[in-house]
Write a protein that binds this ligand. Sequence first.
Ligand SMILES: Cc1cc2nc3c(=O)[nH]c(=O)nc-3n(C[C@H](O)[C@H](O)[C@H](O)COP(=O)(O)OP(=O)(O)OC[C@H]3O[C@@H](n4cnc5c(N)ncnc54)[C@H](O)[C@@H]3O)c2cc1C
Length: 472
Amino acid sequence: MFERAPAIGGAAVSDRDLWPGYTLSTASYVCSLLDPWLVEELDLHAHGLEYYRKDPYAFTPLLDGRSLLLGSDAAANAREIAAFDSRDVAGLEAYVGRTDRLGRALFDSFSDDDPRFDRFDAESQALLRGSAADLVERYVSTPALQAELVNDGLIGTYLGPRDPGTGYVLAHHLAGRLLGTQGSWAYVRGGMGSVSQALAASARSYGAELFCDAAVTRVIRDDAGRACGVEAGGTVSARAVVSNAHPKTTFLELGEPAALDAAFCAKLEGWKSVGPSLKINLALGELPDFTCRPGKNPQPHHRATIHVAPTVDYLQKAYESARRSGESDEPLIECFLQTPTDPSLAPPGKHILSIFAQYFPYDRAGGWTPAKRESAADKVVASLARYAPNLPGAIERRQVLAPPDLESKFGLIGGHIFHGELLPGQIYEDRFATRTPVPGLYLCGSGAHPGGCVSGFPGKRAATAVLRDLAR
Ligand SMILES: Cc1cc2nc3c(=O)[nH]c(=O)nc-3n(C[C@H](O)[C@H](O)[C@H](O)COP(=O)(O)OP(=O)(O)OC[C@H]3O[C@@H](n4cnc5c(N)ncnc54)[C@H](O)[C@@H]3O)c2cc1C
């Protein structure tokens, strides 16, 4: 395995070198879609993988002093929701029932040999093609609850909650079964790089050799056009070549575009991969002290994903203002404090806050400059500070990764966190297939079905295809 970066893991990486004493989940930071079958098959627990349910899972502070905290305790959830609208207690239950069914259907389809969107029943297809807001608003009416629920439909996606297709993104984020409960998300001990490290250890135990600082510069093809090796410093011959680089990198940079047929080139050309996401990692001297739930000592809401999103319309405006002016006036923010769950990631008494914010698109008018990157991060911090006024003063270090940084650091073309939008037109039969037009070359990254998130599915599909093809 050849990785051009100094460490393996791509966007699932823990960085221990940036700030002494801190371990950062530089890009991805929570896990749900990882295939439990792979965890067992590759014995990832024996190779160091540990994860915990994120509980409580969601916290939405509001400026009027109220807040919404949801977790695994149904009675506590009911009390939280009833403080807004008691009808939404049953509404949320019905919503979870419906999205569990959707999520299960997606999960089952992730391993299909021949993935097809039209295998979903008509009602599910309509929900997946529709907007996240339509799906959520059928069931609940509390604005903060609606906003918290639609948020998963927007992650990585350059659309607003009222735009068609975000229903699919929402269901995709509820497809995971890692914890045995449909749709719940986990914190991975040691940060997200622990997933990659466990996979690497498992691979090595079977004899794999892994090389870092080893960029592949070309996929070599034999006279018959079959992929038969790579150039990575030297030449390495192989019976099969498997790439999790972005499809554009795989075919346009490392392959021979002239040898591809026109339809495939047109698909690469038209592939939507403009990312709107900004990742900010902060080292904090103290925990955020939320006006609505005061205190700097660790409390349950400090362990949840924290959402800045009071209403669905707030999120739609965040998207629309970015389309108009290049960035959101008031951005979507979700963030997660790793240290209340895993204090080993920071020096004693210090904390890490992973912030994921939208919409700050790769292709913003006037382009990105260092000053724009910092002012975008300032805007995000100021927005959070309206809810936790001590935050700006608590920041001791800050890492800001705008979409062009995600591109240069991780090879995410266009800064898109999923190697391209996960929207109808780019999912199932319309995503890139595992087997490519180049015999012997396979895609095993998120450009292939079922797309992004730390899931292992594209890799499992590629491994299965290679084994079957080589056995022929
Ligand atoms: C900011 C951010 C937050 C995210 N949050 C989450 C989250 O919380 N949970 C979640 O499940 N998912 C999250 N994701 C998405 C998830 O991280 C990705 O979908 C997943 O890591 C993609 O894995 P991959 O194998 O497809 O490719 P990548 O992780 O993109 O890895 C591709 C690798 O190929 C390497 N490469 C590229 N070109 C070459 C070359 N020529 N030679 C050698 N190596 C090369 C790159 O350096 C990179 O390491 C997030 C992503 C980002 C960017």
